[in-house]
Design a protein around this ligand. Structure first.
Ligand code: PLP
Length: 397
């Protein structure tokens, strides 16, 4: 590999303020010893691509950090990326700069729904889909995914019913947390049900650059004109290149009327400015990031295979689901025989393995877990060794 994904980066929270490290606590509220790395929140333990670091340094040397407007250079680089990597032809004016994806979800909910309206959230879900809906005073309409022969699918029969009482659907594509890359047929069927019922699709595609071969991601708006007219697509390079702290996202809306309503709402809510360094980083990534990203995807695949093999050998009853996209693997520790609370305590207190709590994805009461595999392999193997040793000591392995 030309790029280095093996070096451990010390993200000491006391010095760097690293968010996901700061929230690590065991069941008694104690912090783990130094050196323990969390496998929870979706950012990576890798430095971003050197090409991006260079661009940020050059901008820092420029030294003026005044208000920023999106440049034509950025817009073109984004269009080229979407065509090159997603076979999606977009126009520069479709891109609306935003500080992050989650605030853009709030903006969309306020722009396109009224208090009390139903918003379809598919479960298990990225937790902010629930929060955004509830905080805006809208109603969560649950449409859980179906688990059939060890694979997750949309439940279309349920969706047909639920869509009758909803105005919007939050689609996660590819799917955090279960790792599915939806097929074109699946997306079209979902899109058709939404169109028939007047349900607007918010296609959160923040993970859409992170696709494992042979799976192919289809951007929702590229399914055809009628789908493009009934969606907004939220994208960002924050997952792809580990840029979340630079707070910049691109919301892409092909339909002029939807775009207009969305941007008007931004003025109402005061979403007026973007982070200059975020745009600089994203433009460099769109122009020069392909090679780094291709290697990252390979490396993460290696981590997934390592994880899956380890679990099959040491915890044969634990089900590890296929990770078709994202860098987040989904697995079921129910067969270990612990309840959800006991399992969380065992993971943090005994194994010092910090994942997300069982409530994070709206599947309270179950023992599904998500592990973030975007880290040097040594960190993963040390964490898994700790898990196995702790399980043996408790008679669980
Ligand atoms: C599906 C999904 N949407 C949005 C986000 C967060 O995006 P942002 O940090 O741009 O708000 C995440 C982060 O994990 C995510 O998984």
């Amino acid at each position: 590999m030309a790029y280095d994904f093996d070096t451990l980066v010390d993200r000491d929270p006391a010095i760097r303020g690293t968010g996901k490290y700061r929230i690590m606590k065991d069941s008694k509220g104690n912090k783990p010893p130094k050196g323990i790395v969390p496998f929870s929140v979706a950012d990576m333990e890798f430095k971003t691509a050197p090409e991006i670091i260079e661009a940020i340094k050059a901008e820092a040397d420029f030294g003026v950090f005044g208000y920023h407007r999106l440049t034509d250079g950025f817009r073109q680089a984004c269009c080229d990326w979407m065509k090159r990597r997603h076979d999606w032809q977009i126009s520069p004016e479709w891109i609306i700069p935003f500080e992050q994806v989650v605030p853009a979800l709030y903006n969309a909910v306020y722009a396109f729904t009224e208090p009390g309206d139903g918003i379809i959230v598919q479960k298990p879900a990225y937790h902010h889909f629930f929060h955004v809906t509830q905080h805006c005073g809208r109603t969560v309409v649950e449409n859980p995914l179906k688990l059939v022969d060890g694979k997750y699918y949309f439940d279309f029969d349920d969706l047909r019913e639920k869509a009758k009482s909803a105005k919007m659907l939050m689609l996660c594509s590819p799917y955090n947390p279960v790792g599915r890359v939806w097929t074109e047929e699946e997306l079209k069927e979902l899109g058709d049900i939404c169109i028939e019922n007047g349900v607007l699709v918010i296609a959160d595609e923040i993970h859409h650059d992170l696709i494992q071969k042979p799976f192919v991601h289809k951007v929702f708006a590229s399914l055809g004109e009628k789908y493009a007219k009934n969606c907004i697509v939220t994208t960002s390079l924050s997952k792809t290149f580990n840029l979340a702290g630079l707070c910049f996202a691109s919301i892409i809306i092909p339909d002029p009327e939807l775009r207009n309503r969305f941007t008007k709402q931004m003025n109402v809510l005061g979403f007026l400015h973007i982070n200059r360094l975020g745009v600089v980083a994203a433009e460099a990534a769109y122009k020069k990031g392909d090679a780094w990203l291709d290697e990252l995807i390979e490396y993460v695949k290696g981590n997934y295979e390592f994880f899956k093999t380890f679990m099959a050998e040491k915890f044969p009853k634990v089900k590890v689901y296929d990770m078709e996209g994202t860098y987040l693997a989904w697995f079921d520790m129910g067969p270990l025989g612990l309840g959800p609370k006991e399992l969380d305590t065992f993971l943090t207190d005994d194994a010092m393995l910090y994942l997300d709590p069982d409530t994070a994805f709206g599947v309270k009461g179950e023992c599904f877990q998500r592990i973030n595999l975007a880290c040097p392999r040594k960190l993963l193997s040390d964490a898994l060794d700790r898990l196995y040793a702790a399980a043996k000591a408790k008679g669980l392995a």
